[in-house]
Structures are given as C-alpha cells and as structure tokens.
Ligand binder design. Sequence first.
Ligand code: AMP
Length: 285
Amino acid sequence: MQVIQQIEQLKQVVRDAKRQGKTVGLVPTMGYLHEGHLTLMRRARQEQGLVIATLFVNPLQFGPQEDYADYPRDLARDCELAESTGIDVLFAPAVDEMYPAGNGKTLTFVDVEKITASLCGASRPGHFRGVATVVTKLFNIAEADVAYFGQKDAQQVAVIRRMAEDLNMNVKIVAVPIVRESDGLAMSSRNKYLDSAQRQAALVLSRSLERAATLLAAGERDSSLIVATVRDLISQEPLAEIDYVSLVDPLTMEALDRVESRALLALAVKFGKTRLIDNMLWEGK
Ligand code: AMP
C-alpha cells in the first residue's frame, strides 16, 4: 500500500491505473479507523481495480465550536489497519495541500439544498457544505468510478447521491450497512471520547432503534407515535441529551407523518460533550 500526501502524485497513480483499464474505488474517511471504515475498504477491494482510501480531517465541515482540533488522529495506526484490507493507496493530504489558501479557506463551495436543511444539517450549519465540497474535490482528484459511504451517516449518503446526480458526476455511490460493536453501539471514531458510564448509556441508541423496528414490524405506521416511543426510551437514560429523533424519507430527509414504504429513523444524542448519531433504515413490508 502506498501512502500519498501530494495531489499530483495521486493523480499520476490514477492516470496509470486508468490506462491499464482499472476502475477506481474511493473510500473517503477522516481516519482513526475502525471496523466500519475497514468494511468499506474491503468491499471496495472486492469490487474495484485501484482502491484509494482517503484520510483527511476536513476543517471545512466542522463548526467553530466543534471538535476539529480534538478529533482523534493516529496516522501510523491507520496505515497498518488500512494496509490489512489490501487497498492500494492511502491518500492523507495535509490541510494546506487540500486548501492552499489556508485552513479550510476556499472561494468555491458545493451546496446541496433542502436535503441539508433538517437533522444534522440543522444542528450543524455549514457541515454538509463542507462535506459536499471536499467530497467533490476528492472525486475529481481520484477520478472515482465508485465511491463507498457508510449508511451510518445516512443524511450524508443522501446528500452525496443527490450532488452526484445533479452535477452529472461520473461516479456511482455505494452505501454500506452500519457496522456495530457486539453490544449494538454503532462504530464511530468519536466513541473514543466516551467514558465508561457514557459508553454504557449510549447503548440506549441501538436499543431504541430496535424498539422502533419492532413497532414497525408489528404494523405501526404513525410516525409521531414511533418517534415519541424512541424519545421516551432515550429520555429514561440520564446521561443522554437528545438533539433530534426523526422519521424521514431516506432520499429527501423530509419528516414523514406516516410510514408508507421506505423510511429512515435517524437520531442524534449527546453524552456529555460527545454527539453520537445512529439510524435505522426501514425498507417497508
Ligand atoms: P468518518 O471517518 O467518520 O467520516 O467516516 C468515513 C466513512 O465511514 C463514512 O462514509 C461513514 O459513513 C463510514 N462509517 C463510519 N462509521 C461507520 C459504521 N459504524 N458503519 C459503516 N460505515 C461507517
């Protein structure tokens, strides 16, 4: 596995691979890798000729009060883990390489409207603008044919899909199911912030999603009742502070009154300073 930090060097590797007729699979990450990230990389490895994972904590997608400075970073560990999946390239550019004008400074942004208005977009103004902008840059640099994203960030998947469609990008978006710890907690680099009491308390997230799935499977279709049940369950956990619980259309992220077919139950909950997200996609039955 090659570790590349320069954009021009990555472009050369991509050109060579394309000349050999290889497809390019891209896995964008912010690093501090866990089994969720590695699952995306393995999937890309199975399906594509040249596999590039990127490791970049993108200042543009963090708000001023958020954890950009504290976000966990460990390049040596990430290199080992990424290499174990058999990918070809780990692209880990410095901030100045991606934003030569300075820390997240750029004159050009990609803004996806409406889909970004609710959920994490409402709680984190500017977040998806930062995501869409950096992902566009990565798609262009890597000439990605297929890009792999985790369903853990369901709104991100919807935003990127729509962006690729609206801007006629030559990339297919693949969403990979959420990878969980054995006790149900969705894997996240931010789980590292949790102390042991918060780690235990955070199990309420997957438990409450399961409860909602049980209600849906039993035929409950009233969105407000399902959301209220989930809110009640989470509120019983004293260390949990709800940011949002919402049942939405998985493509538009608009709230649903009733669950007719596909639906996404999405939640964001704080444990101390740590904000965790989780969700459940209901495919309809
Ligand atoms: P991040 O480094 O948190 O930006 O995540 C990079 C990619 O990995 C995103 O597409 C995430 O959705 C995905 N990802 C993160 N956690 C998980 C998980 N537990 N299961 C599946 N995918 C994940």
